[in-house]
Design a protein around this ligand. Structure first.
Ligand code: PLP
Length: 456
């Protein structure tokens, strides 16, 4: 039997890793030079690496371990389902109880008339589904010219060719022939970096109106949908000014264009409500879900779809699906995860107790000389590092240089924080306690001090 143990010396694991394992979003040469940090166990908000360090995971894995590590209920749900029915598909008019129950629960939790779920294995796959679904919807409605989808620069919607095209990451577009045709991008509502002399409110309106300009340029009869994260995550936790979403909603209604809210990060309590759309006051036609749906314990994603779209699509055969759409073990784990989020009061805590506590402490980081702004909603936040707070200046060094130094200092201080350019991000497990929040902030402060000293 192939056994995986954690008993191999770190250097040996690193050498094997560098020799055979190709990592996502990692420079291969770095692996050869320094070796990967190897994580062996985790519990609550704490990771343990192969050298025995206890590391506070300020990123919930990849924004996904919402209920924290080590939840035995999820292990049990997986084990039970594995023994009973480890796999069956949901193609060709077959189904099984885990997928049925999970779809029912998601329909209960989702706002408005978002009552139908199409499952996928990941957020990327779900966004590929959405792209095909909105175009198919308009074709079936007799408006086949409505094909264009508008997104934002610096959005992240996944890594497949479809979802990577929907995203607005220029470094990704530069590799492998993206974006595919009929995807268009407008500028993001990032006031700190791009707002110039405008107030955040003026800037929010100005950026929303770029959507109207783009719709008019393309012709509303050619535009199928607008896709956006309620709060951009991988782009740097960009919380839009308050004027932004109301104006976007007005424009979409006026021109009859669908809204796809990508809830892959914002969903399942991250912003203090079940969905970021509720926090931002928006009414999407489709929501993309993944990550916190199973707290990352097993891969699963999907699209929660309005009754209107589901009915139109359901009147024909949608020639689309993934082997693992509604995978029974992943679905059983997700269902149990939703129970925990609900019955343990985790979403409530993010809204009313530990969330506000984290927000207060996190905003205190603006007193550090390197930190320009600290912006946070629920339990997703970021700080902008700057050499001059008043002018919101960028560093002379290439963007990301200082962020990288700071991230490395965090690592050395046993704290996982991620950097996007020169913004530092947190998105901890939603079960983080007040004492752990204090530790997170102390370690972040120490790391900022060390980074500051290194820059002098
Ligand atoms: N959408 C958003 C907003 C994301 O943040 C991500 C992943 O980070 C995705 C989609 C893609 O999800 P996955 O990595 O599960 O394909």
């Amino acid at each position: 039997m192939a056994q995986i143990t954690n008993s191999m010396p770190t250097a040996e694991m690193q050498a094997l890793d560098a020799a055979h394992h190709m990592h996502p979003f990692t420079h291969g040469a770095d692996l050869g030079k320094k070796g990967a940090r190897i994580i062996t166990r985790a519990d609550g908000v704490w990771l343990t690496d192969s050298e025995g360090h206890r590391i506070l995971d300020g990123m919930a894995g990849l924004w996904c371990v919402n209920v924290g590590y080590g939840r035995q209920e999820l292990v049990d749900a997986a084990t039970r389902q594995m023994s009973e029915l480890p796999f069956y598909n949901t193609f060709f008019q077959t189904s099984h109880l885990p997928a049925i129950k999970l779809a029912e629960r998601l329909a209960q939790l989702a706002p408005g008339d978002l009552n139908h779920v199409f499952f996928a294995g990941s957020g990327s796959e779900a966004n590929d589904t959405n792209l095909r679904m909105v175009r198919t919807y308009w074709e079936l409605k007799g408006q086949p010219s409505k094909k264009a989808v508008i997104s934002r620069w610096n959005a992240y919607h996944g890594s497949s060719v479809g979802s990577g095209s929907l995203g607005g990451m220029k470094g990704m577009h530069a590799q492998g022939g993206m974006p595919i045709p009929d995807i268009h991008h407008i500028d993001q509502p990032n006031w700190w970096a791009e707002g110039g002399d405008m107030s955040p409110e003026e800037f929010g309106l100005a950026r929303a109106r770029l959507l109207e300009e783009k719709i008019l340029e393309l012709g509303p009869e050619n535009v199928a949908a607008f896709i956006a994260e309620p709060v951009q995550g991988a782009g740097g936790v960009i919380i839009p000014p308050e004027t932004y979403w109301p104006e976007i909603s007005r424009i979409l209604k006026e021109y009859g264009i669908l809204l796809i809210a990508d809830e892959v990060i914002c969903g399942f309590g991250r912003t203090g409500n079940w969905f970021g759309s509720q926090t931002m006051g928006i009414e999407p036609d489709i929501m993309t879900i993944a990550k916190g749906l199973s707290s990352g314990y097993l891969p699963i994603g999907g699209s929660i779809v309005s009754s209107e779209i589901a009915q139109v699509i359901g009147d024909a055969e949608f020639n689309h699906g993934y082997t693992y759409s509604g995978h029974p073990v992943a679905a059983a784990v997700a269902l149990e995860n939703l129970r925990i989020l609900d019955e343990d009061g985790i979403v409530d805590a993010v809204r009313d107790r530990t969330g506000p506590y984290l927000q207060k402490k996190f905003k205190g980081l603006t007193e550090h000389p390197l930190v320009g702004e600290a912006t946070i909603v629920g339990m997703m936040g970021s700080i902008a590092l700057t050499p001059d707070k008043d002018s919101r200046a960028a560093f002379e060094a290439e963007s990301g240089t200082v962020g990288y130094i700071c991230r490395e200092r965090c690592f050395a201080n046993d704290l996982v924080m991620r950097h996007v350019g020169d913004r530092m991000i947190i998105s901890p497990p939603l079960v983080i306690s007040e004492a752990e929040i204090d530790t997170l902030i102390e370690r972040a402060w120490t790391s900022l001090d060390e980074c500051h000293a290194e820059l002098k």
